[in-house]
Structures are given as C-alpha cells and as structure tokens.
Design a protein around this ligand. Structure first.
Ligand code: FNR
Length: 382
C-alpha cells in the first residue's frame, strides 16, 4: 500500500501500521484498559443522523469559522500530541507546516520533540501550546513565559491526566522516549528498516520543552506513564487552573472537560474555550464520548464559552455532526498522526485534503453554504 492508495483516515492507519515498529504504532493507536472509550468516541457519531435539505444552491460554500479569535479554514483543529518525531523524523514541524497550509489550528504538546521557539518561528498559523502541570513550578512558569515570548495564540491546560491511564498495549510493548530496542520487539524494528534507519541515522530527538528533565537529563529511556506519574502534580485543582489562566493572561482553554458542572466552572475561571475530551480514550476507560456529551454541555454553557468536540473524528461528516450538536469545532489527534507516520508532511497534507473534501462535500449534500447553518435541527438522534 502507498500514499496514493489512502482515501480515508483508516487507510492511513493501515499504512502507518505497516511502516512503524509495533511499540510505536501501539503508542499511537492504543488506549486505556479495554479501549472501550476509544472505540465509542468514533462509534458515537453513528448514533446521530444528518438531515439534508436539497435544491439549496450550493455552488459557493464557506467552510471557515472563528475559533478562539482566529479564523480557521475548517471547523477542525489538530489536537496536541506528544513525541511526534517518534512517528516520523519530520515530527511536529511537518504537522505545523501542513496545518498552516490548510489554515488550521495546530496544537503543540508539552512533550513535543521540537521546541516552542522552533515551532513559533516556523508557522504564522494559529497555534496553541498544551500545558501539563508539573510538580516543578519553575518548569510550568518557564513554559508559559516561553510561549508568551514566542507569540502563541492560546494555552490549553490538560486536566484529564492527573495520573496516567492504564495503557496496556504500551505496558506490553514497553514504548519509551527515546525508543528502546527491546528484545521482544526487535523483529518489528528489523522489518521496518526505513523507520529504524531514519531513527538511527538522524539526530536523536529530545523533549526540549522540558528543559533538562526526562530522558535528556537522566540519559535513560522513560515511559510516558512514568513521566505522568512522577512529574505531574496530582494536587492540581480549580485554584491551580485559575492561577495558570492568570499567569498566562491570554486566550485560555481547558482540555479534558467532560461534565456540565466542570464546563460551568471553566466559564467561572474565565476560560475562553473547553475541549470536551477524554484524551482519545487513553485515560479513563468507560468515560462517555465527547460527541455524546456535547448537547449536555451546550445546554449548560452554550454561548458563554467555545466548545471543541475532541476525539474519535475520522470523517468529514463527524465534524459536521459535532457542529450540529452544538460544538464550535471538532478536533483530533490520530486523524493526522496515522498520516504523519505513513508519510511525514506529505501524508498529513493528504489526510487534511481528504477531510477538507469530505467536509465540503458533506456541506453541499446537506444543502448548507456556511458552518453557521449546521444547527441542531439538522441532526436526529436515534
Ligand atoms: C495524545 N493526546 C495528548 N493530549 C495532550 O493534552 N497532550 C499530549 O501530549 C497528548 N499526546 C497524545 C499522543 C498520542 C499518540 C495521542 C493519540 C493522543 C490526546 C490528543 O490531544 C487528543 O485529545 C486525542 O488524540 C483525541 O482523540 P483522537 O482524535 O485521537 O481519537
């Protein structure tokens, strides 16, 4: 299979699986416990049906919208995801460039393999930095300052990762940063020579936004679960979030809100947006899907805060359904990560092109010419 054979997001997943050593593929594809929530995040979209109008004159349509004060060419954002150079040597730079080309928000993770400054210099597109709250308060402050100096448009505080989810595929494969060539997985490295040679011959990646911490400082490979469980601050609470919002002073988003009550508290601390998210099913398995929760959250805080429906999106029609349900926009990680792993920036651009086509086609077939016409009357729940 090659890139030109990819016609939907699932095709990129197939190609990524063929190209990545299995510990790396399982890190992207895997989720917590029985992976019920990961599956549900996508299947939830099948529980609601779009109701099209016809003869609406759809020669000209406008797919753009405003998200956190910046224009986005589509109601879709690229969620922040960790260690992208483990998936393809081009890493976050490839994703940031592709996002800018398509006029979309790019989210960079605290655990990125390119620095805050490098990404800021690379793209003039809308970009947010995703912050984990570390026990080391100096580290949190330095990340916030670096983002302020680099001109990031928004800060997204992830609040669903107070401890690591039990990601059993990672436990079995022993995925670490940097990757460790464990004997049990050596066959998969040997049979994926392109990835393995890229990794061995190019600069070894680091986690530059963590300064001297993790891997780099200790010289040891570290699992993502170890990072969460040793470095993150489990005492984080609403006061912490309010303080960070104040220290940052700019556009602020809470990532990982799932309940209507928490959405209300997000409004109270002055957040501009929430990402309704269960971290792609990687944290609390059995959690409800973001799409299922959108209506409840929209009832509670609609109009007071922007609501991003994060996770499970694999189709343009999923994006349309999320907007009809009350979201400002949808967002996702794996939808571009499989493509990054499959073919670097070319892969991400092809995936985004496919999703853009699907969104445009879906809008025309529904008889709508702008995102604002995607309303609750256009959706029926089964
Ligand atoms: C993530 N996600 C994530 N979230 C975050 O706040 N910080 C991070 O560093 C990461 N890292 C990360 C790595 C990988 C490999 C994945 C798949 C996900 C979660 C991400 O931002 C988003 O919430 C999910 O990806 C949404 O689910 P889908 O779109 O992947 O189904």
């Amino acid at each position: 299979m090659k890139l030109s054979d990819c016609h939907n997001i699932d095709d990129f997943r197939t190609l990524a699986k063929a190209r990545l050593p299995w510990p790396v593929f399982d890190y992207i594809d895997g989720a917590a416990d029985d992976e019920l929530t990961k599956a549900r995040n996508s299947s939830a979209f099948d529980e609601a049906d779009l109701v099209p109008d016809v003869l609406a004159g759809v020669a000209e349509i406008d797919t753009s919208c405003t998200i956190m004060g910046r224009t986005s060419a589509l109601p879709l954002m690229l969620s922040p995801t960790a260690v992208q150079r483990a998936f393809h040597w081009q890493g976050e730079k490839a994703v940031a460039r592709a996002a800018e080309k398509f006029g979309l928000w790019f989210g960079i993770s605290s655990l990125a393999t390119h620095s805050i400054e490098d990404i800021a210099a690379l793209t003039g597109g809308p970009k947010l930095f995703q912050l984990y709250v570390h026990k080391d308060k100096g580290l949190n402050a330095s990340m916030i300052e670096r983002c302020q100096h680099s001109g990031f448009d928004a800060l997204a505080l992830t609040v669903d990762t107070i401890v690591s989810g039990k990601r059993e595929r990672c436990l079995r494969s022993g995925f670490t940063t940097p990757p460790r060539f464990s004997p049990s997985a050596i066959w998969s490295y040997a049979t994926r020579p392109r990835w393995t040679l890229d990794y061995l011959l190019r600069d070894k990646f680091r986690l530059p936004n963590l300064d001297t911490h993790v891997a780099e400082g200790s010289g040891k490979a570290v699992s993502i679960a170890d990072y969460f469980n040793t470095m993150l601050d489990t005492s984080m609470d609403w006061d912490t979030a309010a303080r960070i919002r104040q220290d940052w002073g700019g556009t602020f988003c809470l990532k990982g809100v799932m309940s209507a009550g928490d959405a209300r508290r997000a409004v109270e601390i002055g957040a501009d947006a929430i990402m309704v998210s269960n971290h792609g099913g990687r944290q609390l398995d059995g959690s409800r899907s973001p799409f299922d929760q959108i209506r409840e959250i929209e009832d509670a805080v609609g109009g007071e805060i922007e609501i991003i429906c994060d996770g499970g999106v694999r189709r343009g029609t999923h994006v349309l359904k999320a907007i009809c349900a009350g979201a400002t926009a949808a967002s996702g990680g794996r939808l571009y990560l499989y493509a990054l792993a499959a073919a670097g920036q070319d892969g991400v651009e092809r995936a985004l092109g496919i999703l853009r086509d699907e969104i445009e086609r879906g809008m025309r077939l529904m008889g709508v010419t702008s995102v604002s016409q995607l309303t609750a009357e256009r959706l029926r729940w089964r």
